[in-house]
Design a protein around this ligand. Structure first.
Ligand code: HAM
Length: 431
């Protein structure tokens, strides 16, 4: 026997038992995004490699070791997108979306990073992200944070902690970076190999180290927040005021630096304790210089975030949060050829009259027992049976599959009205 082909490590199938929860999350988030006035943008999965190295940064983990990069047939270096922000900026410039305009955009889709797979961390994962362009003030930062808070509220997630920080301006960061290099250089022998490597390439990332032996050193390091330029300081104060005004609880985490280079000023993360090391569910911040850096003609301030859908799915499943049931309402059983002819007509007319009805028609014939078995397995609440007797009397038999109600006969012409009057859980299928 030939060995079957397996999926690529870290790339998962999302099978029908899971798509219900995915669709629920996507539906809730889409609805919230729309109510805040964000518009969907759809972007290619493949981009030129330069786009990511120039935006995310040459000396980040993503660009150094996690990208799926390959040469195409023309010898161009292409990369499967590891995130959505760079492509969004590229598309905005290319399509003239930023020219004297405010844009509030969102996207959903797969991203690719060659990380070591474990629970909550995959090589193909999915993000829902939002980006706003042309707004420099802290108001848009607050709006985005409030919108994410509303996601959690609508999904029933209540253990997420909001952490915020400010990275200041690019200039203030250069000065701070120097201080940090001086501080860590004096402690060279206490740095782990990773941090020694980062000392001169990306010293801010040392602050993000998860190595417990480094924590004392990191805690005593000079803090970025104490070296902010005045404007960034005011921006941060104003953001905190807006969050206070709207009753959003947050923690200022001075060591929150993020793993991508394009950020300045506000950065934030929503973190849970329930997913171990992969606890960041949603993350983002400002990136006011990226548009120009990638060739935009005018300064275009920007702010955005993205969240990992797999992590949300894990959280919702672990907490057994209610998700809508999309099992069929009814299953149509048909005995014999004449019943199939009539049954198909009946099913289509039910679908015309009751557009919300989830009706499974039995296909493949077979005994009554067998058809009932399939009906039961489908999760449907009722079976509609059409056999010889029913055909003769222009009726159907209704059998309740989930509760002890007695079966009834009902006229075919009354069926739509009858189904309309039923309650399926909290769902009513009329109108
Ligand atoms: P990020 O922090 O790299 O930021 O990713 C955002 C979120 O995507 C993470 O918080 C996590 O939930 C999810 N995620 C990242 N990597 C994986 C993975 N390997 N497996 C599963 N989930 C993962 C960005 O991507 C920025 N583009 C966010 C942003 C948008 N900033 C401004 N605008």
């Amino acid at each position: 026997m030939k060995k079957s082909i397996q999926a690529i490590r870290g790339m998962n199938d999302i099978i029908p038992t899971l798509t219900t929860i995915w669709q629920h999350i996507e539906g809730v988030l889409r609805q919230v995004l729309e109510t805040y006035g964000y518009q969907e943008i759809r972007l290619p999965l493949l981009e030129k490699t330069d786009l990511f190295s120039r935006s995310i940064g040459e000396v980040t983990d993503i660009v150094e070791k996690e990208m799926f990069t390959f040469m195409d047939r023309n010898g161009d270096s292409l990369t499967l997108r590891p995130e959505g922000t760079a492509g969004c900026v590229r598309a905005g410039i290319e399509n003239g979306l930023f020219y004297n305009q405010i844009q509030r955009l969102w996207y959903i889709g797969p991203m690719f990073r060659h990380e070591r797979p474990q629970q909550g961390r995959y090589r193909q994962f999915h993000q829902i992200g939002a980006e706003a362009y042309g707004l420099a003030g802290p108001d848009i930062d607050a709006e985005m944070i409030l919108m994410t808070a509303r996601f959690w509220q609508k999904l029933g997630l209540n253990d997420l902690e909001l952490q915020i920080n400010s990275l200041g301006s690019a200039d203030a960061r250069v000065a701070y970076r120097e201080q940090l290099v001086n501080y860590f250089s004096e402690q060279m022998n206490r740095l782990d190999a990773d941090s020694q490597r980062r000392l001169h390439t990306n010293p801010l990332r040392i602050l993000d180290s998860k190595n417990p032996e480094m924590q004392g050193l990191i805690e005593a390091a000079p803090q970025l927040l104490e070296h902010l330029d005045e404007e960034s300081q005011e921006h941060f104060v104003a953001l905190k005021q807006l969050l206070d005004q709207t009753n959003i609880t947050y923690r200022v985490n001075p060591r929150l630096v993020r793993g991508l280079d394009y950020y300045n000023r506000t950065v934030f993360e929503w973190v849970t304790q329930q997913l171990g090391a992969q606890g960041t569910v949603c993350a983002g911040g400002r990136y006011d210089t990226l548009v120009e850096q990638l060739g935009g003609k005018r300064p275009t301030p920007a702010m955005g975030f993205a969240m990992g859908i797999e992590r949300l799915v894990l959280l919702l499943s672990q907490n057994e949060l209610p998700i809508p049931n999309n099992a069929p309402h009814a299953y149509l059983i048909m005995m014999g050829n004449e019943a199939v002819q009539q049954g198909f007509r009946l099913a289509e007319s039910l679908r015309d009259t009751l557009p919300q009805l989830r009706l499974l028609t039995h296909c493949g014939g077979g005994s009554l027992k067998n058809q009932f078995k399939r009906a039961d397995k489908s999760g449907a609440k009722i079976a509609i049976v059409l056999g010889e007797n029913e055909i003769a009397s222009r009726q159907v038999t209704l059998k309740y599959l989930r509760d002890n109600q007695a079966q009834t006969l009902i006229a075919q012409s009354e069926l739509a009205n009858y189904l309309k009057s039923l309650e399926f859980g909290n769902e009513v299928i009329g109108n």
